[in-house]
Ligand binder design. Sequence first.
Ligand code: C5P
Length: 363
Amino acid sequence: ASPVPTLCGVPLKYISLVTLAVQNSLLTIVMHYSRVHIPPSQSYSAPTAVLLNELLKGAISLAIAFSHIDRSPPYASDLPQPGLTSGRFWHSSRLLLRIRKLAREVFSPDCWKLSIPAILYVIQNNLQYVAATNLEAATFQVSYQMKILTTAAFSVLLLRKQLSTSQWMALFFLAIGVGIVQIQTGASDTVKAASFHLFQNSSMNALKGFLAVVAACFTSGLAGVYFEMVLKNSQSDLWIRNVQLSAFSLLPALIPIVLARHPDSGLISSLFQNFGPWAWATVAIQVVGGLVTAMVIKYSDNILKGFATSLSIVLSFLASIALFDFQITFTFILGSVVVLIATWLYNQPNRSSPPLRLGYTVV
Ligand code: C5P
């Protein structure tokens, strides 16, 4: 097994999980603010944000993948011709060789496998905006935790992951904990709606928001597990896989933009209409989230990722106390403690039954 990567001595697995929890809380608050607490006449295009997210994430992943490319040529045909190994020509041809190697890896014969999670993630990312536009931030975040259950179900079905009894119990407790926090959320919405901001968009449709969350939970579980399956079934670099994922996202991300385009306005001007600092902030946080998510899937797994994001409920509520005069209650503390205990339980080494086994199917 390859050594576990670390940063300043701390395993990257834990750094990425904590970063993801913080990123999730921040995204929920900023995305919700950018959609709901800004006058509807100034709202920006969510499909544009999804497209920009993929473009930026793809560009960053490409730069990292390029820096990872081994400097020595792997193919005999790439070796320099005798007599061409000195001077500026050789220097620039080495750069070309790296670019060529990168292109070969990006356009590998199995790159099409990423088209499935790419399409699912584009759908999910668009649904996320529908949900954030129609639900209170806290309600959205807690309901979105149902993706832990869909992810566990897809992990068992597709990855043939075997969970121990205590891990199933942890999932059960997690659902209970999230439910308890949801009771708290219902009460808090009124407080927040009253104390929050000047521009509360009143055209929120809770049913539409909830259906969007449920659908997003399914695409999240399936896309995440599929990505994990592709990643762990091959030797390809994580960043190459991310480039492929972003590349396959571009076409589906463009479709809603083209469909929603006003025939009288230019494509670029309608793309960036009302695209202000809050919209850019949402995109930036999403880009960080996408990159960290990929690392979490690589260095730990999808189910653990779900637990990290459920911890972000606690962070979001703490932020709500600081930002929105949110009143902390017993049910909130109880729900959060249950979520924390469930997380701890899920991570306990299992001594009685065989360890978590990963039996990947070939895709
Ligand atoms: O909520 P969930 O964890 O399913 O969200 C995953 C998010 O991370 C999506 O927005 C998806 O676009 C992004 N992602 C990514 N690159 C990956 C995996 C996920 O950008 N390799």
